[in-house]
Design a protein around this ligand. Structure first.
Ligand code: MN
Length: 303
């Protein structure tokens, strides 16, 4: 049985032209997934031009969810979509059997600040045709001293139209200073509360900015006490029941599948059609490690 835990971020330098450092809270040494959420990168605010300019690269077996607090990014993909994303909007890309995309920061005067999230696709959906959707009209409502914008799933009857393939929730919660905010939780869900900004105490524990508080299933309510205005990202879902292999930008189930995905990208296979963008670059896959890839397991036992 997992317990409540604070996941401190790892600093990772992205292989992008400006090489900004991002804060990665998932996967974590002890927690690999929260529901089907399997990857959380938190970045900015930064005024570096091209801070998040990531040239063409492939994905399989997952959905990417791009969410901004400020700034603007242009998405292009191998289905030939071109879509800018702004704060409060969701770009949701379903890789399925395979897609390639680029995300290029736009040179606005506003600092870039947001999260890049991945959602593991369950067996029934992981080999589906790729798809890309942009959601500009998402539910937003006030509750208990906070404003909540739901981008995935449903909270208090407010439901996002975004298409996902497992029981999942994702929301941005902006809370006033000096309140005790409370929200009922679904006790079949586990949750991660990522503190973007603010001095907060989550269910009795102070959680620093940049860290994520993990709440296991069976917890019925969330309480967030604020000593300053706060912005929290809430992610949750029913624990993901399948074992997955995450390697580079791919999610598969076996070593051989990952080799085939990598080979298809390196050889320019029709699995990942080409597209044009302002970068013109293409990120090559890293070499396979000299070991057999195996699922890492959902949880390591806590020490
Ligand atoms: Mn990507």
């Amino acid at each position: 049985m997992s317990t409540e835990l604070t996941l401190d971020p790892r600093l990772v330098t992205l292989t992008v032209r400006s090489g900004i450092s991002i804060r990665r809270t998932l996967p974590h040494r002890e927690i690999k997934t929260i529901g089907a959420w399997c990857f959380v990168d938190h970045y900015g605010p930064t005024n570096q031009l091209q801070a998040m300019s990531v040239a063409a690269h492939p994905h399989t077996g997952l959905q990417t969810a791009s969410w901004l607090f400020s700034g603007e990014i242009e998405h292009r993909d191998s289905l030939q979509h071109i879509q800018n994303i702004n704060p409060g909007e969701l770009n949701l890309m379903t890789a399925g059997v395979g897609i390639a995309h680029s995300e290029l920061s736009q040179g606005t005067s506003v600092d870039l600040h947001g999260v890049q999230l991945w959602i593991a696709l369950p067996e029934k959906a992981r080999n589906s045709a790729p798809e890309f959707d942009h959601y500009a009209n998402l539910p937003i409502f006030d509750h208990d001293g906070a404003t909540i914008r739901v981008f995935i799933g449903e909270i208090l009857g407010h439901r996002s139209p975004a298409m996902v393939f497992s029981e999942l929730v994702g929301a941005e919660i902006n809370i006033e200073s000096d309140v005790i905010f409370s929200l009922p939780l679904q006790n079949s869900f586990e949750y991660g509360l990522l503190v973007d900004t603010g001095e907060v105490v989550i269910n009795g524990t102070a959680v620093p900015e940049g860290s994520m508080r993990y709440l296991p299933t069976t917890i019925d309510s969330l309480s967030i006490e604020t000593k300053s205005p706060a912005r929290i990202l809430l992610l949750g879902g029913v624990p993901f029941p399948e074992e997955i292999i995450m390697w580079w930008n791919f999610i598969g189930r076996t070593h051989e599948e990952i080799i085939a995905m990598r080979q298809d990208w390196e050889s320019g296979s029709a699995r990942f059609p080409t597209f044009v963008d302002a970068s013109g670059d293409r990120i090559p896959a890293p070499a396979m490690p000299n070991i057999r890839l195996t699922p890492r397991g959902r949880r390591k036992p806590l020490q």
